[in-house]
Design a protein around this ligand. Structure first.
Ligand SMILES: Cc1ncc(COP(=O)(O)O)c(C=O)c1O
Length: 392
């Protein structure tokens, strides 16, 4: 077959999506699956945000036609205000670009920033999409394994050891997917010094910024002195406001890079859906009480899943600092996390993802989502996993 590019041959389909397909198939066969594999919060978008989206469609042509390729002005202004208020990041409107979720932001940034052969450091275990975005841009992902005893948080010394003359950027994701690590402020400062010393760009995916527990605190690396100029901060509405299907995200960073990304927008996506952008502006500018309640509930579900998993013989789970996943060590149940995840799906009807799907260091773990509305789902999942683990 002569129609397949080498670039697409260099990536594999997302493990999450493959699992979702298998779950759909089992559900179609009438099996009652508890789906804890994906990164989708099982929560509803707050009512006032939904209303804003619906109203926007009826109110004005501006919300059902193309927006500016950098995004709706009121959303960019809302992002500027949010970054100042919550992240201590001072950006102007020209330093904000609206994207179709963090995913499309990352994809476009990789196209704008990298040439073939450029190396990007990725602490692992890591969300699978970074590798694919960088490879599709011709860049070379360089995995830097983090240690379970460090809570899988990115370690500046390990990053420093992986730098070569071809290194162009460091990928950060804090709180992290899959292991939930929140990079402490002193490590972030050390990573910032590294970036300055070696003239590196930092990609910082902060989509789980509000989901922090046990006193952990999220810090935006772009707020550190001199870092805004060399950082692209990626964020979005998907997790914070339970808006995964609305597909709105944003990037803040140096205007020269954003201008290049915008140029790519004009030829690729044009813009995110106009009415979804309007709803996103209302989400960021509006009351945050539903968000506070949502984070409180997530904290309870995290504790419930954590305690439940640690009560299963052969499963050990360290408390995640942040995010929406537990990442238990299941090596005592068997040598192959993929086989364990598959057995849990087929026998317990609980979907999870094998840790080895997330790169070096993830082996022997499972990623399990605790962002469920109903606590009974988690009790039931734990019950089923306990029974299935006894049969492994
Ligand atoms: C770390 C991380 N970044 C980004 C995303 C996707 O974000 P969006 O829906 O804004 O594309 C996910 C979704 O699972 C994620 O886990």
């Amino acid at each position: 077959m002569g129609w397949r590019s080498q670039r697409v041959g260099s990536i594999t389909a997302s493990a999450t999506v493959s699992m979702t397909d298998r779950v759909k198939q089992l559900r179609a066969e009438g099996r009652n699956i508890i789906g804890l594999a994906t990164g989708t919060p099982d929560f509803d978008t707050p009512a006032h945000i939904k209303e804003a989206g619906k109203a926007a469609i009826d109110v004005d042509l501006a919300y059902i036609t193309y927006t500016h390729s950098a995004g709706l002005p009121e959303l960019r202004e809302a992002v500027v205000a949010k970054l100042a208020r919550e992240n201590d990041v001072r950006a102007s409107v020209e330093e904000v670009l609206v994207t179709i979720g963090v995913k499309q932001g990352l994809f476009t940034a990789a196209q704008a920033c990298f040439d073939p052969g450029d190396e990007v450091l990725i602490p692992t275990p890591t969300w699978v999409t970074y590798e694919a975005c960088f490879r599709l841009a011709g860049a070379v992902p360089v995995f830097v394994a983090c240690r379970p005893e460090d809570g899988f948080r990115a370690d500046p010394e390990r990053l420093a050891a992986a730098i070569t003359p071809r290194t162009r950027a460091i990928m950060l994701n804090s709180p992290g997917n899959p292991a939930g690590g929140v990079i402490p402020a002193d490590s972030l400062a050390a990573i910032a010094r590294l970036a300055e010393r070696h003239d590196l760009l930092v990609f910082s995916d902060e989509i789980y910024e509000h989901m922090v527990y046990d006193g952990h605190r999220h810090v935006s690396i772009a707020s550190l002195p001199g870092m805004f100029e060399r950082t692209l901060t990626f964020n979005g509405l998907s997790k914070t406001y339970a808006m995964t299907g609305w597909r709105v995200g944003y990037v803040a960073g140096p205007r020269t890079i954003l201008r290049d990304m915008q140029k790519i927008h004009t030829h690729s996506v044009t813009c995110a859906a106009a009415f979804a952008q309007k709803a996103a502006a209302v989400a960021l500018d509006g009351p945050q009480d539903t968000l506070r309640e949502y984070i409180r509930v997530l904290g309870e579900r995290r504790r419930q899943l954590l305690d439940g998993l640690n009560g299963i013989p052969g499963v050990r789970c360290a408390p995640p600092d942040g995010g929406i996943f537990c990442f238990p060590d299941v090596t005592a149940l068997g040598p192959d996390d993929r086989a364990i995840s598959a057995a849990f799906l087929e026998q317990a009807l609980v979907s999870s993802l094998p840790g080895s799907a997330f790169g070096p260091g993830g082996e022997g773990h499972l990623r399990i989502n605790f962002a469920r509305r109903d606590p009974a789902d988690i009790d039931e999942a734990i019950d089923r996993l306990r029974r299935a683990s006894e049969r492994l």
